[in-house]
Write a protein that binds this ligand. Structure first.
Ligand SMILES: Nc1nc2c(c(=O)[nH]1)N=C([C@H](O)[C@@H](O)CO)CN2
Length: 122
């Protein structure tokens, strides 16, 4: 399966469950694996057939910084939904790292995979 990947997308936003977290911005690092058939873009060397990683990155940042969020699980789900609905990717893996969350850990993260057929499932 072809994919377009984004690694370490930095999002500074209001994120967290505790009161003190609701008054500051914290850094999230997001990794995205998006299923995309790259053959037509490669064969034609034409941008219109590519899944633009820059457009995706900008939209994800815009979406996640719109309002405060408590859980990184919510961030992951919002990103997956955006990619499935707005960019029509058939499958996506989203990893959301919150590197500052646990002092003793390099990072903590959640990982989800979603696809078009499963996007409406509970
Ligand atoms: N599974 C999760 N556990 C926790 C989260 C979270 O988003 N998902 N968040 C917090 C706090 O906001 C924490 O990051 C403060 O350091 C705790 N556990």
């Amino acid at each position: 399966m072809d994919k377009v990947l984004i690694r370490g997308l930095e999002i500074n936003t209001v994120i967290g469950v505790y009161d003190w977290e609701k008054t500051i911005e914290q850094r999230l690092l997001v990794d995205l694996d998006m299923a995309w058939d790259n053959r037509q873009a490669a064969a034609t060397d034409d941008y219109q057939y590519a899944l633009c990683y820059e457009t995706v990155s900008n939209r994800v940042i815009e979406k996640i910084t719109e309002k405060p969020i408590e859980l990184i699980e919510t961030v992951a789900e919002m990103i997956a939904t955006t990619l499935l609905e707005e960019f029509n990717v058939s499958w996506v893996k989203v990893v959301v790292n919150k590197p500052g969350a646990v002092k003793q850990a390099q990072s903590v993260a959640v990982e989800i995979e979603r696809s078009q057929s499963a996007s409406q499932a509970s």
